[in-house]
Design a protein around this ligand. Structure first.
Ligand code: MV4
Length: 499
């Protein structure tokens, strides 16, 4: 029985895991780098252990330091969260070798699904639809040219070890293929140390639709329906939702069943995500498996009522799934907007610094998974995600309105965030009509990257609020109300007071 969980992660996901531990009566141990000594997850965990200097390679990514600290803490399990070591098979193996339960898949299944070529061969053999193209990469250029002719243009050249689209080259005619292959090889060699490439049919304006799956160690595997994740900027998701406006019950069932087949064929256990591309004719193609809990898991939790992190812990405890496929329903609509500390008016450069004012939205159908607090200093060493706003309502239209309203009242002062950009997406007519694709942001960048002056909360109001909010200035600072003035919050909407 797991009694203490070590969490070598940070920010909102560490806070999220700590909350699940608390609800299960399990002691949580926060691992933190020297840069995170004052972070929220360190403050709310039952215990905390420093694991190294600020650079991730010397702390959150340092397998020796993490395993050593986990053993010293007396933990019997490790929840890796997402990012850092979450999909590192050597780390998962090291945990097992040191008698620590890794809350995630086995190292063997992690290795299989982590190898994009091997996993494509495995799932194709099981009848899972993959993108038409080369099943296994060939090294000589002439075989790639022959294959491209068979596939038919446009084709896409991809790096075998690629991730996040690095090295991808769209080729519309044969005369361009050779130079594109060479370009892709150069990029792949420098980025991944491996210049193996392959070619497949280019799917124009696809949607990214993924299926949440979860499997125990007793042969049970289920899916928790889909998430639409097409709103991405440079392969970074910014808005996710469930259900997808693009699929009906028939496609939902087929994609879900296919995802479960992938899980069973690869021997995958615990929570994972099977990614698909959906083309404009609603055909879906297997992309890859993400062997971790995803940033966007809360949208699935809301429409199914299932706590995915708790279920992960139960499975790691050797328990069977708490539900059968027949018992899982999806009701309503959930939308997640990721709040990044980036300046959308300066090409999304990171915006670290002190949060002088924080008012997180509250109200019916509003969840904020947050890793920040008023007065917190956002460090510059790590991924700039601050929090996630997840809203729920009975229909997509209502959920969009709720997301827009909640986001409009989400106040983070002292640093820049992408909230103005997210508001632009939420009010864009093509988003509201559900016409999404992975090129959405690129297609509408003119409108999405423009920020009308009249819509900005005047800095004076923020500064005034900074005076007003006692937590930012000490208990005796006169507030606006005490001075007989309407507080900025009297005029802008409902907030939870973080004091
Ligand atoms: C594709 C594609 C179109 N056709 N493959 C991008 C990174 C990796 N996840 C796979 N990606 C794509 N593969 C074919 N044959 C378009 C993309 C793609 C994409 C996919 C999912 C989410 C966002 C994307 C953004 C750009 C391109």
């Amino acid at each position: 029985m797991i009694k203490k969980i070590f969490i070598p992660n940070r920010g909102e996901i560490a806070v999220r895991i700590i909350r699940a531990c608390r609800e299960l009566g399990i002691i949580s141990v926060a691992a933190y780098s020297q840069a995170d000594r004052t972070s929220l997850h360190v403050q709310i965990a039952d215990e905390a252990i420093e694991i190294g200097p600020p650079p991730a390679l010397e702390s959150y990514l340092n397998i020796e330091n993490v395993v050593k600290a986990a053993k010293e803490s007396g933990a019997d399990a490790i929840h890796p969260g997402y990012g850092f070591l979450a999909e590192n098979k050597d780390f998962a193996a090291k945990c097992r070798d040191n008698g620590l339960i890794f809350i995630g898949p086995t190292p063997e299944s992690m290795e299989l699904v982590g190898d994009k070529v091997a996993s494509r061969v495995t799932v194709q053999a099981a009848g899972v639809p993959i993108i038409p193209g080369m099943l296994t990469p060939q090294d000589n250029i002439s075989s790639i040219i022959t294959e491209a002719k068979k596939i038919g243009y446009p084709v896409l050249v991809k790096a075998s070890m690629g991730g996040g689209g690095k090295g991808m080259q769209i080729v519309t005619e044969e005369c361009k293929l050779k130079e594109c292959i060479e370009a892709s090889k150069r990029i792949a060699k420098s980025a991944f140390g491996d210049d193996t490439v392959y070619v497949e049919k280019y799917i124009e304006k696809p949607r990214h639709v993924e299926i949440q799956v979860i499997a125990d160690h007793h042969g049970n595997a289920v899916h928790l329906f889909e998430r639409e994740c097409s709103i991405q900027r440079r392969h970074q998701k910014v808005i996710e939702e469930s259900p997808s406006p693009a699929i009906n019950e028939d496609i939902r069932r087929k994609m879900g069943d296919t995802a479960v087949r992938v899980v069973k064929e690869t021997g995958y256990t615990n929570a994972g995500t099977v990614e698909f591309l959906l083309d404009q004719n609603r055909n879906f193609y297997f992309l890859e498996v993400n062997a971790r809990v995803q940033v966007e898991h809360p949208v699935t939790e809301w429409v199914t009522g299932i706590d995915i992190v708790k279920e992960q812990i139960r499975i790691a405890n050797g328990e069977p799934l708490s539900f059968s496929q027949e018992q899982i329903r999806h009701v309503g609509h959930a939308i997640e907007t990721r709040i990044y500390a980036e300046d959308p008016e300066a090409n999304f450069i990171p915006s670290p610094g002190r949060i002088s004012v924080l008012r997180e939205p509250v109200g019916p159908g509003i969840r904020v998974d947050s890793g920040i607090y008023e007065g917190y200093i956002v460090p510059s060493f790590y991924d700039p995600i601050l929090s996630k706003l997840i809203v729920y309502d009975s229909t997509r239209e209502k959920a969009i309105e709720r997301a827009y309203s909640a986001l409009s009242s989400y106040l983070i002062g002292g640093i820049k965030t992408i909230i103005p950009f997210l508001l632009n997406v939420l009010r864009h007519p093509e988003f509201r009509s559900g016409n999404l694709s992975t090129s959405f942001i690129q297609d509408y960048q003119e409108e999405l990257f423009s920020y009308p002056e009249e819509e900005k909360i005047p800095f004076a109001a923020l500064a005034a609020y900074g005076i007003y909010s006692s937590s930012a200035r000490g208990p005796n600072t006169p507030g606006l109300r005490e001075a007989g003035l309407p507080g900025v919050w009297d005029t802008l909407g409902g907030w939870k007071n973080t004091e």
